[in-house]
Structure formats: structure tokens, C-alpha cells
Design a protein around this ligand. Structure first.
Ligand code: HEM
Length: 145
């Protein structure tokens, strides 16, 4: 179970980062070049929301099946916070990914309420780009790549 979930989580992460980079660049270009917001922009924003929420769910399943949680029970929070690997997998990575997906969700729902193109692109550019930076800051690069 754990290996399968880790495999899915690991490969789905490529899709999450790819679509979030596309959505972030698309909205920044749309905002700075005063583009007209259209169906394709909406689809990119929605697809990013869906793909990142799926990864969030897979992440929770992984969190509760990964061996790290047992380590947490054995060594306690103090030791977890002192150990960089345990701290990343048990605290920093889950927390920062939840914050990133929350930013994507807020950005998506706020941009839908805007009526014209520029404010729509602006909201998406701000929330999706910050979410991307938050995600990149706590990806376990050394085990992933
Ligand atoms: C939503 C955006 C997320 C992305 C892009 C993401 C990405 C990744 C990546 C690239 C890895 C490394 C996989 C590997 O070593 O091959 C990983 C590992 C992990 N992720 Fe996530 N993750 C996300 C959300 C979450 C969430 C919300 C949780 C928990 C609530 C979580 C829990 C974990 C755990 C426990 C591992 C370590 C698994 C292991 O090596 O045993 N992830 N994640």
C-alpha cells in the first residue's frame, strides 16, 4: 500500500508542478500584456485546482501510511523537530503543501468573482505564483529527483 501510494504521489507531483508553472506564467503574461481572459485561461486555472487537490488527498493517505508516522510515535515531537528529515516529512512538507493548496483554492474562488480580465489575471498571478514558490520550498528534492 505505502509503496503504491508513494509511487503515485511522486509521479503526480510532476503534473502538479507542471500545471502550476503553466498557470502562474499564463496569468502573469495575461496581466502584464493586458490579455483578454478566455475559456482556456479558465480551464488552466480549474485544472490546477483539481490536480492539486487530488495530490493533497494522496498526500494525506501517504502521511498515514508512511513509516515516518511510526517514528513520530517512537521519538516524540522534540526529536522530530531536531531531525531535518523527519521534520521535513512529518511537519514542513505536509504543512507547506496544505498552505500552497489553500492559496490555489482562495485564488481560484476570488478570481471567479472578478468580472473583467485584468483583475482575474492579477488574482491568479498573485495566489498561484506564491503557491508555486511555497511548494518549491518544501519538495523533498534529494529523494525525488
Ligand atoms: C499538494 C502538493 C504536494 C506535492 C507537489 C507533493 C510532492 C511530493 C514529492 C515530490 C515527494 C517526494 C516523493 C519521492 O521521494 O519520490 C513527496 C513526498 C511525501 N509527501 Fe508530498 N506533496 C504534496 C502534498 C503532500 C501532503 C498534503 C502531504 C501530507 C499531508 C504529503 C506527504 C508526503 C510524505 C509523507 C512524503 C514522503 C513519502 C516517503 O518518502 O516515504 N505531501 N511529496
Amino acid at each position: 500500500m505505502y509503496e503504491t501510494v508513494l509511487f503515485i504521489h511522486s509521479y503526480w507531483a510532476y503534473l502538479v508542478l507542471l500545471i502550476l508553472i503553466i498557470a502562474s506564467v499564463n496569468s502573469l503574461v495575461g496581466y502584464f500584456t493586458n490579455k483578454e481572459y478566455g475559456a482556456m485561461n479558465f480551464r488552466i486555472a480549474l485544472f490546477t485546482l483539481i490536480v492539486s487537490h487530488i495530490q493533497l488527498l494522496i498526500g494525506f493517505v501517504l502521511f498515514f501510511t508512511a513509516p515516518y508516522l511510526k517514528a513520530f510515535g517512537e521519538v516524540g515531537m522534540g526529536e522530530v523537530m531536531r531531525d531535518p528529515t523527519l521534520r521535513l516529512y512529518i511537519v514542513e512538507h505536509p504543512l507547506m503543501m496544505i498552505i500552497a493548496v489553500a492559496l490555489i483554492t482562495i485564488g481560484y474562488s476570488k478570481h471567479k468573482k472578478k468580472l473583467t480580465s485584468t483583475p482575474k489575471f492579477k488574482i491568479l498571478a498573485i495566489f498561484y505564483t506564491i503557491a508555486l514558490l511555497v511548494m518549491l520550498s518544501r519538495i523533498p528534492w534529494n529523494t525525488w529527483l
